[in-house]
Write a protein that binds this ligand. Structure first.
Ligand code: AHR
Length: 363
């Protein structure tokens, strides 16, 4: 397969061989790496030194069966249902947090609305749930709500996306390292360019996720850092597609109407990637021409790697339910748990897609 610079009317100005893709396949979806408390160094440390008692960071709450029904009631403040990743994430909580595992689940869907989500957490506090899991839409403005949960004696776990708050306001974080995911994607592109002797400008269409979410901030920051390193890389269009397929298609359509040259799409999730590919097809452009970089790793996206539409996916693991459940059980038993646990994630490209599709999430 050949990749080429996509222009308004011409599609073959820059030919790039696709036969020697980089094989950056570190990590296994589902495994984790632990980090020290946010107040300590942020570099990776061995589990023994990175783990800490929740109390060590000034957070003294531990999960308890306060109503004595033999189960822990988890209130899950979920982002919404914007993507295939989100659907898989919700399902992993619904499957795990059931009576046979010692839990009851109260589910709140914020519909991607950061203000509604703050009210959702307040409602969970008022209902007297025994633990709260917050997957935040955006990362700011959470101090008052987290303080209210703490005052009510309800331990709060942050999952999926991190928060810009002091670490004494939550028990633990579990989920992706979004900046690392972005760095993985950028590294793949750097390796690809080097291996294939790509010359000439790298004109990037940047489809961003929900603005203000750490998923967007980390992945966008990785690209910003790369632009500072590579004088021939340029973002020719940047717009949020809000992590949805419909919006991804819409913003790609408006970009294509501008008739600008581009040869890379950096799309911060699979759903926006599907939308961008549809927009190209509808506009009569060859969606296999640009280098397409995506994030997540839905089964259908991995199939699109195999089929040559997507070149690389930086993995983001949504199957967090059982691992969060395990942390709650450990904390309840008085065991040491890490302040931050990042999923270990690599990249999926033509070198490993056939293997990765066997365990990919979603449909
Ligand atoms: O926070 C994880 C991100 O949120 C996923 O990449 C995206 O698909 C989802 O909507």
């Amino acid at each position: 397969m050949k990749k080429s610079l996509v222009t308004a009317g011409l599609t073959a100005l820059l030919a790039i061989s696709m036969t020697a893709c980089s094989n950056n396949t570190t990590g296994t979806t589902g495994s984790t790496t632990t980090q020290p408390p946010a107040s300590s160094s942020s570099s990776t440390a061995p589990a023994s030194s990175s783990s800490t008692k929740a109390a060590a960071s000034g957070y003294s709450l531990v999960p308890k069966d306060t109503n004595g029904d033999g189960l822990i009631t988890l209130g899950f403040a979920q982002v919404g249902a914007e993507s295939g990743w989100r659907t898989a994430n919700t399902q992993s909580y619904k499957d795990y947090f059931v009576e046979k595992n010692g839990f009851k689940l109260v589910f709140a869907d914020a519909n991607q609305d950061a203000d509604k989500q703050k009210q959702d957490v307040r409602d969970l506090i008022a209902q007297g749930v025994e633990v709260i899991d917050l997957a935040p839409v955006t990362d700011s403005g959470w101090e008052p709500v987290l303080q209210e949960a703490k005052n009510a004696g309800i331990p709060l776990i942050v999952s999926d996306r991190q928060l810009s708050v002091s670490d004494d306001l939550y028990l633990t974080y579990f989920g992706g390292n979004m900046k690392q995911e972005g760095d993985n994607a950028v590294k793949w592109l750097e390796d690809y360019i080097a291996k294939n002797n790509v010359t000439g400008p790298i004109n990037i269409v940047h489809l961003q996720g929900t603005m203000g979410s750490t998923a967007q901030k980390g992945r966008s920051q990785a690209l910003t850092d790369a632009l500072a390193k590579h004088s021939d890389w340029k973002v020719v269009y940047e717009q949020t597609g809000e992590f949805t397929q419909a919006k991804g298609q819409e913003v790609m359509e408006s970009f294509l109407q501008q008739n600008k040259d581009f040869n890379v799409i950096y799309s911060e999730n699979d759903d926006m990637t599907y939308g961008a590919i549809d927009a190209m097809k509808n506009a009569g452009k060859d969606p296999k021409a640009p280098i397409i970089i995506s994030f997540d790793g839905n089964k259908s996206a991995v199939q699109m790697v195999i089929d040559g539409y997507i070149d690389v996916i930086a993995e983001c693991n949504p199957l967090l339910g059982p691992q969060v459940g395990d942390l709650i059980k450990k904390a309840k038993a008085g065991e040491t748990i890490p302040k931050i646990t990042y999923s270990v994630e690599g990249v999926i490209d033509s070198a490993n897609a056939a293997e990765k599709i066997k365990t990919a999430f979603g449909s």
